[in-house]
Design a protein around this ligand. Structure first.
Ligand SMILES: NC(=O)C1=CN([C@@H]2O[C@H](COP(=O)(O)OP(=O)(O)OC[C@H]3O[C@@H](n4cnc5c(N)ncnc54)[C@H](O)[C@@H]3O)[C@@H](O)[C@H]2O)[C@@H](O)CC1
Ligand SMILES: Nc1ncnc2c1ncn2[C@@H]1O[C@H](COP(=O)(O)OP(=O)(O)O)[C@@H](O)[C@H]1O
Ligand SMILES: [K+]
Length: 496
């Protein structure tokens, strides 16, 4: 799926396979380590020209090996350095042992390091190989450095961050910057790892892209390259039905705002027609606020069934402000028949909390036609076992949920994951923090609906909607409301 190393994400396991494939193709693995260490040293000199001393902390594996290369390079550059090691350097093996042998300077134990003003720490304790929680003495050292004002430059990943999940294994460095190699790892994007990484630099140490792409799985960063090829083509010949008809269910008279936000976002995002399906009691409230969005009365199953006789009506958003769980289940059931597609959000998700399998059975057949947009709380209602399993990364949670539901899952948050039943998953990175505002999720649901209505496949529709939501959030700026977010949607089209 990912065709560029810039957007590819490699897990530590993938990275191990890359290593072996690179070695099998004749590349010198020590050569890779040498380039990695030299790149980190160059970064240290460039970023910290005022450092009085570079303190390189070296671990027991190849991340430590990179550290010895950094130490040698920084000393050769004429800076003052100190090296502290975790474990006995004599126990190093392979390339790390070679790097240590080339270093020839003195090495003190890790516990002897006490941060002092003017130091810059180069963190080469653990990278991709961190496999369990850190020991108490290492945690104490990391915490002492974090509490000091000494900046940290991390090699590959801030030590303590799990590269697969982004979780903190006991403690982790708060890095000012991190230099990683070839491509990013899930731990750089998933929270809390993203917050600990600082500025991320990706350095090409010379592993051919074909090896990365061959070993890379199905996960990547959400960027236009992943879905641009299926964006609706804007042609002068198009008419409104070509651009699709989106139907959004309104809530009851006391909760009409959410549905309207979805509907207006849908229209702004390019659906040719948008109809709000409203109970009679909510009609006047809705009518007072809508112009271009059409209104239709749907009071119950009979009205909806009659409406579904129009075969052009293929795409629905159900859930924002909807309230009535029993009714939501029946409407989802009616919509599921035929080739229709459904964005199920908010109350629509909660409606199935007692029997999620009932929902999954409705959409079990064929290409994914269901898009679920849960935040963490809603996710736990449909997938309690996955939500509780702390060994899973957010990516893996999304992948398993998508496979189980035969739907596309948008697991929301600052690090939104979009996952498909076939295992593809993207991590979003463009959402500004001020996107977390009332109604922002309703706007997203409408956006997904609009992209579906225009004929995009469900996964690409979802991923492009999440990206566009983030870009619009940036454009609207701090202090945005759901309304200004909708206004900003049109302004990001040209960069998609
Ligand atoms: N993949 C590649 O192609 C390259 C990798 N390089 C470096 O190699 C690193 C990966 O090296 P390794 O696989 O040796 O892994 P690490 O150096 O991250 O750590 C592995 C070692 O730590 C031990 N360990 C794991 N968790 C521990 C814990 N909580 N407490 C104590 N010990 C623990 C392991 O048993 C193992 O000995 C990368 O992060 C990167 O820095 C670079 O040399 C460049 C090339
Ligand atoms: N810290 C954050 N940074 C960026 N985006 C966020 C953050 N927290 C939430 N979001 C995004 O804001 C939106 C909130 O949606 P949701 O939780 O459904 O709220 P609401 O129901 O109020 O609309 C989602 O798209 C989510 O991914
Ligand atoms: K590290």
């Amino acid at each position: 799926m990912q065709s560029h190393k810039e957007t590819l994400l490699l897990t530590p396991e993938n990275m191990g396979q890359v290593d072996r494939a690179a070695a099998a193709s004749g590349l010198s693995s020590y050569g890779l380590m040498e380039r990695a260490g030299q790149a980190v040293a160059a970064c240290a000199l460039r970023r910290f020209p005022g450092a009085l001393r570079f303190v390189i902390l070296c671990g027991p594996g190849n991340n430590g090996g990179d550290g010895y290369v950094v130490a040698r390079a920084l000393r050769a550059a004429g800076t003052e350095i100190a090296v502290h090691a975790l474990g006995e350097p004599a126990a190093l093996r392979g390339d790390a042992a070679t790097a240590f042998a080339q270093f020839t300077g003195s090495v003190a134990p890790l516990a002897d390091y006490h941060p002092r003003s003017g130091d810059v720490v180069v963190d080469a304790l653990f990278g991709a190989g961190l496999g369990r929680n850190l020991a108490a003495d290492v945690i104490a050292t990391i915490e002492a450095i974090n509490e000091s004002a000494v900046p940290v430059l991390a090699v590959d990943l801030p030590s303590g961050i799990d590269g697969r999940t982004g979780a903190v294994r006991g403690a982790a460095f708060q890095a000012a910057a991190t230099v990683t190699f070839m491509c990013r790892k899930p731990g750089h994007l998933l929270l809390p790892g993203r917050m600990m990484t600082g500025d991320l630099e990706i350095f090409d140490i010379g592993i051919p892209e074909r090896i990365l792409l061959a070993q890379g799985g199905k996960i990547g960063v959400n960027a236009p390259a992943a879905w641009r090829h299926v964006l609706p083509v804007k042609t002068g010949a198009g008419h409104k039905y070509v651009r699709g008809h989106l139907a959004v269910f309104s809530g009851p008279a006391t909760a009409t705002g959410a549905g309207r936000l979805s509907a207006m976002a849908g229209l702004r995002a390019g659906a040719g027609l948008v109809t709000l399906l409203s109970p009679t009691a909510a009609l006047s409230a809705n009518a007072a606020h809508l112009t271009a969005v059409m209104l239709k009365v749907v009071n119950g199953d009979g009205d909806l069934s009659a409406l579904l006789e129009d075969v052009r009506l293929k795409t629905f958003v159900l859930g924002p402000g909807f309230g009535d769980g029993e009714r939501a289940r029946r409407y989802a059931d009616l919509i599921a028949s035929g080739e229709r597609r459904l964005v199920l959000d908010a109350d629509g998700i909660t409606a199935f909390r007692d029997d999620p399998q009932m929902l999954f059975d409705l959409f079990a057949e064929g290409e994914p036609r269901l898009v679920l947009t849960p935040h963490d709380g809603e996710f736990a209602r449909l997938f309690p076992d996955l939500a509780e399993d702390s060994t899973l990364s957010k990516i893996e949670r999304g992948q398993k949920a998508a496979a189980r539901s035969n739907g596309v899952v948008i697991l929301k948050g600052a690090d939104t994951v979009i996952a498909a039943p076939d295992g593809r998953a993207l991590v979003n990175e463009n959402a500004p923090p001020w996107l977390a505002t009332a109604g922002s999720g309703d706007v997203l649901a409408g956006l997904v609906g609009a992209h579906l209505a225009q004929g995009m496949p469900a996964f690409e529709a979802a991923a492009s909607a999440v990206w566009r939501h983030g870009e619009a959030g940036r454009t609207a700026g701090e202090g945005l409301t759901a309304e200004t977010l909708i206004d900003a949607l049109g302004g990001v089209d040209h960069i998609m």
